[in-house]
Design a protein around this ligand. Structure first.
Ligand code: XMP
Length: 517
């Protein structure tokens, strides 16, 4: 086991929407951690060799039929345990205390009164002190397990935090992992550093070194291929693998005909600049021919997915002797979480290269499998990759094909590309590109009447879509300033032939989705 992983915390997931946030906070403290489902099994938990255990929150009540429970053996690993919200109630229940329904649900901001000198709260204030925390619970601790005492209270919860006499078990009723608990990071740091005695070894620089070594070991002197999209994940994966095996890696960048304005050229330039071995394949004609007469969104997605696999397979074979396929899979795709993952994967068939490795008998290299998106960006910065790749907004695999409603044709693509370029340019100029999750144009090929000069026009509509989001699972429409919307609308109508009306999409996800198809 390498150093960067030897200091490790395990988070058992009981279904909280915040479980991933706990993991991110621990990793930000430079301590490696993973999330296992609560029912992962004792053997798997032991084999992970954690130096501490965190029990996440969750929507259940410990007495609910079918509530997610663990048995006492999980708590007897000999390492400190922190129960958060439901995790604290579970700790109480399993160790022989009692949990009861609160008279009043405690939700939102609360003032936490910290008792004097508690090490979980070290560095928060002098002696007995107060801090703001975020609560979200319906149950409360009726009776603590034997040997426990309260270490903090709120007006509604006499036991808002507790610990046992040996200083091994801790419970907090609030959520230290959310931004609404301003001192939450300090509390989690106290747990991992002071209580679990973890060292901060998980740094991006050490990850790069470690990962380069692992990739070299795995690939040896063989050849690898990588499907490059120009997006953050595949780009960082490619650069990392290139750092490890240099010219043994061939990146294949397929132009599927539904890329944005100048995208093919920009991606080629950036990667050649970084010294990667890039194979550019212009398959746009092949893709576009297949869109003829196709209007159904799912059919369009399937066409893109299947044609990509065909083209990629052909090109990868032409590289000759490749035995490895590099993919930018991230940790959230790997976690076997019991939390709600959102419906998008089911509602739209996402384009990916699933099935390709088996079909081509390639072994997978997934250097980012342990990382969250913000860590991937940090790795990219660590490797001195250009900001315009690192900070890119996500762009879907099926590209502009799912941003043109109905049939995808060359003339429609031309209109959308121009309008989309204006949206991106203006959002960037206004300094909003990084804070907005995605901002783009959608072509609605319906005609509306307009007037330009003295002439009647009858042209298409462009919708501007801009959303804020943490992960794409849920999203809010971005409150783009009116003046900026006005500038984009004016420019699109004046500069893009074929458009005489611009609308702004004010729907959030759910119930809408980010993409229109
Ligand atoms: P929706 O439209 O489902 O999109 O709210 C959620 C996020 O996923 C992106 N998206 C895709 N990404 N292949 C991808 O690689 C796809 O087929 C695909 N469909 C949607 C979308 O841009 C948003 O970020």
């Amino acid at each position: 086991m390498s150093d960067i992983h030897s200091e490790r915390i395990l988070i058992l997931d009981f279904g909280s929407q915040y479980t991933q946030l706990i993991a991110r906070r621990v990793r930000e403290a430079k301590v490696y951690c993973e999330i296992f489902p609560y029912n992962a099994g004792l053997a798997k938990v032991k084999a992970f060799h954690p130096k501490g255990l965190i029990l996440s929150g969750g929507p259940s009540s410990v007495y609910d039929p079918g509530a997610p429970l663990i048995d006492k053996a999980h708590l007897d690993l000999g390492v400190p345990v922190l129960g958060i919200c439901y995790g604290m109630q579970l700790l109480t229940h399993v160790l022989g205390g009692a949990v009861a329904k609160s008279q009043k649900r405690e939700f939102g901001r609360a003032e936490l009164n910290i008792h004097k000198g508690e090490k979980l709260f070290a560095g928060i204030g002098e002696g007995a002190c107060k801090t703001i925390v975020w609560m979200s619970h319906g149950d409360r601790i009726e009776k603590m397990p034997a040997g426990f005492s309260a270490i903090a209270h709120t007006d509604n919860s006499p036991t808002a935090a507790m610990m046992d006499a040996q200083g091994k078990f801790f419970g907090v009723q609030f959520h230290p992992e959310v931004a609404h608990t301003p001192q939450g990071v300090q509390i989690l740091r106290n747990f991992v550093y002071t209580i679990c005695k973890c060292e901060p070894t998980w740094t991006m620089a050490s990850f790069v070194d470690y990962s380069v070594g692992e990739i070299r070991k795995a690939v040896g002197d063989k050849q690898a291929v990588c499907g490059l999209s120009g997006g953050v994940d595949s780009s960082v994966a490619a650069v990392l693998v290139h750092k490890a095996i240099g010219k043994q890696l061939t990146c294949i960048f397929v132009n599927n005909g539904v890329l944005r304005k100048d995208e093919a050229e920009k991606v080629q330039l950036s990667f050649k600049d970084m010294g990667l071995n890039l194979k550019y394949v212009d398959a746009s004609a092949e893709f576009l021919a297949k869109f003829k007469g196709v209007e159904d969104p799912e059919k369009k997605r399937k066409i893109i997915g299947n044609t990509f696999i065909e083209v990629f397979e052909r090109e990868a074979l032409a590289v000759g002797g490749a035995e490895f396929l590099v993919q930018g899979t991230l940790y959230p795709d790997v976690i076997e979480s019991v939390s709600f993952k959102g419906p998008s994967a089911i509602i739209k068939s996402h384009h990916n290269v699933g099935g390709l490795p088996e079909k081509m008998k390639l072994k997978l290299v997934e250097p980012l499998r342990e990382l969250f998106k913000d860590e991937v960006r940090a790795i990219g910065r660590e490797m001195k990759m250009p900001d315009d790749i690192i900070d890119r907004q996500p762009f879907p695999g099926p590209g502009l094909a799912i941003r043109i409603l109905g049939e995808v044709t060359e003339p429609r693509l031309r209109v959308l590309r121009e309008a989309d370029a204006i949206v991106i340019e203006e959002i960037k100029k206004a300094g909003l590109y990084k804070e907005i999750w995605q901002s783009f144009a959608v072509l609605l090929p319906i005609k509306t009447v307009g007037v330009m000069g003295d002439e009647r026009t009858y042209e298409n509509v462009i919708a501007i879509r801009a959303v804020t989001s943490q992960d794409g699972m849920t999203a809010d429409w971005a409150k783009v300033p009116y003046e900026l919307l006005g500038t984009m609308s004016n420019r699109i109508i004046n500069e893009v032939k074929g458009v005489n009306r611009v609308v702004f999409d004010i729907s959030s996800k759910p119930p809408s989705t980010i993409e229109w198809e």
